[in-house]
Design a protein around this ligand. Sequence first.
Ligand code: DX5
Ligand code: ZN
Length: 235
Amino acid sequence: MTTHAPIIAPSILSADFARLGEEVRAIDEAGADWIHVDVMDGHFVPNLTIGPLVVSALRPTTRKFMDCHLMIESPERYVEAFADAGADGITVHAEACPHLHRNLQQIASLRHHGGGSVSVGVSLNPHTPVESIFSVLDLCDLVLLMTVNPGFGGQAFIPQVRAKIRALRQEIVARGLSTRIQVDGGVSEINVHEVAADGADNYVAGSAVFKNKRHPGDYAGAIAAIRANAAAAYT
Ligand code: DX5
Ligand code: ZN
């Protein structure tokens, strides 16, 4: 079981891109802990989104942790630009990194705008065995387990990933690490208690915040519901 307080990270992929700055301010005020930024290159995933210029433009709109999820090939070419743009954390995909250890070391060596070091994350697609990153776990502040196939918001949660969350939590506890487990894709107030019980402690939510039918336009209500249902599973 986790000892961390839950972190709720709304994904701006589901926000209104014509008003992105306002949307970031709105989720900040609504109680988001982190701002999750989905970066896609049209190669690693079949979609194109945003780059360091947008992160840099959004940086003055919030003081919250800017969590950049890089779904791109050759991330070593861009991580420094994201750090300079104001990323607090950078997550790369293991599947996109034949030299993953080197990639993670590179991120760890970066400093962000505020002077602190950039938080290091590694992400796994639903089919990738979690044991494949055990050898680099001590380099990671965060492991992002994809609970959909990356590329798009609004997809259905893949329940088979739950066994990976449990195996990863067991490994983290056994080794006495403080690595966070982030889940991303199809996570909502309805199923968050399941992944929380499995050992996740960091929840990305796109449509469940920006397009929630139970809390239409009420980002604070949506974030509070996810937080409450996650926290309930910890007790
Ligand atoms: C998918 C992205 C996710 C996605 C989450 O490739 O990494 O962050 O936007 O959106 P929902 O919560 O709608 O599945
Ligand atoms: Zn993401």
